[in-house]
Design a protein around this ligand. Structure first.
Ligand code: 5FA
Length: 184
């Protein structure tokens, strides 16, 4: 039985929240707090990926900024709906992953729309129940099911090692034994 129950979606919104006015930052490190979901099918051998809105050729995982009026799980479920049109059951929290940009990532606390400060990623594993055909960012993003090796290949191609760590910490069933196939 799961330790986590899904929060009720406040409203299955037709529009995505925008702006960074309510963004939550880590008080000690100044990192931007981001939450998202690893969305798996029932047999846990497929994950849903979406394209980045800023880099349309890059495949990533649904995620976004944790806002001051939300818990981490609420942000993860909201972003998963807004960006990917996915509903499901959260089954567990995955380990926190820190920004992989190292010293290149600015540590800035505040309202800088064009500057993305260092981030910390809080992901949950979600078992997909329903995929809608309409969702807030349907015109901004593509969505597709991937095997573990396809997902890893895309994340490496997108230069997102932090999201590879998230994928590897999930319980996705791997279709390859070769863990180092896509090294950086
Ligand atoms: N970004 C890029 N590489 C990063 C890395 N390795 N670690 C941390 N952050 C990294 O882009 C979102 C932001 O993440 C970019 O500004 C980029 O500089 C930074 P994305 O992850 O490609 O996602 P996206 O283009 O779909 O962006 P949004 O969903 O609009 O933005 P957020 O994920 O920040 O979430 P939001 O919904 O709260 O705005």
């Amino acid at each position: 039985m799961s330790d986590y129950v899904n929060p009720n979606l406040p409203i299955k919104s037709t529009e995505a929240r925008v702006g960074r006015n309510n963004q939550r930052y880590n008080d000690e490190t100044g990192a931007r707090i981001v939450a998202g979901c690893v969305c798996l099918n029932e047999t846990k051998d497929k994950i849903i990926m979406i394209t980045s809105s800023k880099n349309k050729g890059k495949w990533i995982l649904p995620k976004g900024g944790n806002e001051l009026d939300e818990s981490l799980i609420e942000t993860a479920v909201r972003e998963t709906w807004e960006e990917a049109g996915i509903e499901g059951m959260v089954v567990k929290k995955l380990p926190v992953v820190l920004d992989s940009r190292g010293s290149k990532a600015p540590v800035i606390k505040g309202e800088f729309d064009k500057i993305i400060p260092k981030s910390e990623f809080h992901f949950f594993e979600l078992s997909v129940n329903q995929l809608s055909m309409e969702w807030p960012e349907v015109k901004k993003r593509q969505r597709r099911w991937c095997t573990y090796s396809e997902a890893k290949h895309e994340l490496v191609k997108s230069k997102r090692p932090e999201l590879v760590s998230v994928l590897d910490s999930s319980s996705i069933v791997r279709d390859t034994n070769d863990e180092n196939k896509d090294n950086y």
